[in-house]
Design a protein around this ligand. Structure first.
Ligand code: CMP
Length: 220
């Protein structure tokens, strides 16, 4: 693999080609099919993963089988860093591929050594963790303060802003996420999400056309 792939990764921005070469030398690239369980919550973990292509989800599983999606990671994003800082090296969540995914796996030991040698990587990691903490805080607030209907709307806007396309009239169009995924992300059931989507459509806030959903009245 070429170092150019690593150059576009925010975590490694600013590293010299020589340093990027040394990262590649201690990492492995592997392709995983959709729905591969990469590791489970509580497993021991000693490596860090970087998504090169595809997407994975970090989930918490309840004993009754219900699932809460903590985060979805796409190209350029890392996961599996928390176990590296845990004295017991335990994974805090289960991670599963959402689609065919190519991952770069880095040994935790090498990564920790890199953090010591390159303060820029440590700073970038702290920025990433801060953003994730902010996202978690805002999701906790949404769970407490918003009803399901508003949580579905908030989720769609977030996805629209991340993955959607803006139309000339300011609306956002995005690929309709599966209702089960929305339910697992906002901590609700598929049936409730289905009702909330119908209500949002009834209110004229969204329009579902085939596999697309248009979000109206979103300001640029
Ligand atoms: P680790 O605990 O090694 O394995 C599970 C990974 O899921 C974890 O590292 C993080 O990369 C990610 N993760 C766990 N909790 C959260 C969260 N609240 N927000 C974003 N990512 C998380």
């Amino acid at each position: 693999m070429e170092t150019s792939v690593l150059r576009s990764v925010p975590l490694f921005a600013g590293l010299s080609p020589k340093h990027l070469e040394s990262i590649l030398a201690v990492s492995q690239t592997q392709v995983f099919p959709k729905d591969t369980r990469l590791f489970g919550q509580g497993d021991r973990g000693e490596s860090l993963f970087l998504v090169l292509s595809g997407r994975v989800k970090a989930v918490l599983l309840a004993e009754d089988g219900r699932e809460l999606i903590l985060a979805i990671f796409g190209p350029g994003e890392i996961f599996g860093e928390m176990a590296l800082f845990d004295p017991d090296e335990r994974r805090t969540a289960t991670v599963v591929t959402v689609e065919t995914t190519t991952l770069l796996t880095l040994s935790g030991k090498e990564f920790m050594a890199m953090l010591g040698d390159h303060p820029a990587i440590a700073q970038s990691l702290l920025r990433t963790l801060t953003q994730r903490l902010k996202d978690s805080s805002s999701r906790i607030a949404n769970l407490i303060f918003l009803d399901t209907y508003s949580r579905v709307g908030t989720y769609l806007v977030k996805m629209g802003e991340q993955q959607g396309r803006r139309l000339a009239d300011g609306s956002l169009v995005l690929t309709r996420p599966p209702q089960q995924d929305i339910a697992e992300y906002i901590g609700s059931s598929r049936e409730t999400v289905s009702r909330a989507l119908k209500e949002l459509e009834h209110q004229g806030l969204i329009r579902v056309i085939g596999k697309k959903v248009i979000l109206h009245r979103i300001k640029a």
